[in-house]
Design a protein around this ligand. Sequence first.
Ligand code: MG
Length: 260
Amino acid sequence: MKRSLDIRIKTKDEIEILREAGLILAKIVHEIQCSLMIGQTTREIDALVEALIQRNNVLPAFKGYRGFPACACISVNEEIVHGVPGNRVFKNGDIVSIDIGIIHRQYYSDMAVTIGVGELSSSCRKLLDVARQALFKGIAFAQNGGRLGDISHAIQTYAESKGFSVVRDFVGHGIGKQLHEDPEIPNYGHAGTGPILRSGMVLAIEPMLNMGGYKTKTLKDGWTVITADRKPSAHFEHTVAVTEQGPVVLTEYSDITNPV
Ligand code: MG
């Protein structure tokens, strides 16, 4: 029997804290995005993420999570998600997924972007554009009274219409006082199915799109997930609140207040 879902409805005050958290995280991601260079290692980027987390008086959500050793998941080219920072050096034409989670006043925020290093191939540029757009296609359906499957369906149909596949083995999630709350948010599925979305739900929506097939493989480190066919993969994620006024992207970058 399927267990019943426990989808937490957040109060306005809680969403306010989640917005603060999202703003801090978006600035950290922005800073990393601006500093990524050919020749750096994934470990150096993780060290910068850790420094930015400390400077902003928040806590890393991933470090120590089920034993994960770093503050950021950094996944290059054929790596889809959960890449462990180490000695891999960025080369011209790489695409790099940076996924960071933080805890601010006991609430979690989660965000990922995929960034090109140097000059990208036109196929990688298209993959990044479509993956970013797929996230926003999904976010548009994070509507009070809608269904979770509407988000999944929008992401899948858009991605596949552009010739990419959608990873099945990893999904988005609810988020709040826990990093991973109900519901799971697949990036594939049928419109009009799944739980009804309500104002106050907060969702981490995170499409992972592959240039080849959707099958995955986990490396011996127990974390890094790669495409089974070794073709490139891209990943974008936002933490999004469902509100009476529509979806609100809590991890949207804004430079109106002080920079990190
Ligand atoms: Mg996530």
